[in-house]
Design a protein around this ligand. Sequence first.
Ligand code: HEM
Length: 500
Amino acid sequence: MSSLQERKWLMSRRKPLIGNLPDIPPKHSWLKFKEWADQYGPIFRLNLAGREHYVVSKEKIANDLLRERGNIYSSREQLPAAAVLLSRGLRPVLLPYDDVWRNGRRLMHLLAMPSAAATYEPTQAMLSTWLLENLIRSPTDYEQWIEQYSSGLMLRLAFGRKITTGKEPEVRRIYKVLENLERIASPGAYLVDTFPSLMMLPKPLAPFKQELEDLHQEELSLFRKLRDDIRVEIDAGTAPDCWEKVAVEKEGESGLTPDQLAYVIGTMFEAGSGTTAAGMMSFLLCMVLHPEEQRKVHEELDRVIGSERLPQFADMPDLPYVRATMKETLRWRPVTAGGVPHLLTKDDVYNGTFIPAGTNIHANQWAIHRDPELYPEPETFKPERWLDPKYPTYKEPLSTYPNLQGFSAFGFGRRICPGLNIAERSLFLLIARIAWACEVKKKTLATGEEEEVPLYDYTAGFNAQPKWFPFDLKVRGDERLKIANEEAEMARERDPLKGR
Ligand code: HEM
């Protein structure tokens, strides 16, 4: 942004005290930020109630700052509601760039790096058969089946527990913790985040303090209980292999307190559940809206897999169109659309623009994914852009690319999503198996017309997912139905948590 543009921006829009705050819509701020990027350029500045924010709308700039200068662009603002009062400096996703975060991140890496992620494939394969079975049986409840997969996977990996009904007391408590975090971390949810001086008010005048303190106590006691249950099982020699078990075994050598460790595992659960589910819901939406692209996914699966078996992880190199569809879904409908802001910890100058320490940098994925230089015809859902040499995003060999490694949908630099390898495997297998077994399309109404499905009617939370939409689902032949049901039954028999 030129200094002239910047001045225009500041003078025309800033209001005393609150700055640009009234200009930011309460939901889907990324859409507004994209409009402003078109007007003011790929990096522009906002002042929100005295605090500096830069919004970045080009991948190169996000990488230049957040990755190349990662030593100073990797912190998080300590927002009073979510980071301070609710999380009390324990939740890694909200921690500043310090030793507690670094030690937690080391553990996350150990649990989710590619070699570890590969060992979770049998669990993902097992859960995917139940998702498929349920989806075929009751497509209108697709949200429930997808959530059951993603939370179920995280619950097994993190705590060695299974979801049977979703009503188990601990499962309900975990869902509640997730719901609270999502609500409290949403921009604008608490006035104290905008005006931190409200923190100075005594408790009787600041009811939010008591509320958030109570919620902190509830989540802390839940995370402690989940850990203590595993401890008991370790002592009895019956503990299932899970992340919490690793965390308990690392007490003393991880540089973290037992509560910090419990929050590392809790955070992995939280960060991995809703995101994967949102991505899968967007995939179904993309297929309903783009029958032509769905036909191409079917064509690839029929050619490579045939109708006599389910797709497996080993098929990944041979299914580039499935991978391209997965990546294009996350480009076109990013889950963390506004990005997760990074805080700059030292004054910096970028291309002549001064950026003061304490600035929040928002890598706006919605805009980054719509940069026409990188993504020609950005509003078009086009898996081909990853597979055809005429597009700038094409990369060889197609047995490896496209994949999600280093993709902006997972953030940038040192804070990049540590769960990427797990997410990539889930999304690949679910997409391949659902498309292998089913065709989804717009509902046909009694009048013979198709029921319209909105292009972008998404939830307003931290993870953007499409609001429930109608569709018809057809199983692609009796043979596939039989295989899907048999696989689900076999998975139940082989479930390592059977009887637990
Ligand atoms: C489609 C699925 C997913 C998407 C789109 C996604 C996206 C993201 C993004 C954008 C960030 C912020 C990165 C940044 O600050 O630059 C993030 C952070 C994080 N993600 Fe994911 N994620 C997904 C799945 C997962 C899974 C499955 C796990 C756990 C197994 C996970 C664990 C985390 C954690 C712990 C962080 C915080 C990292 C930190 O602050 O150091 N995510 N994710």
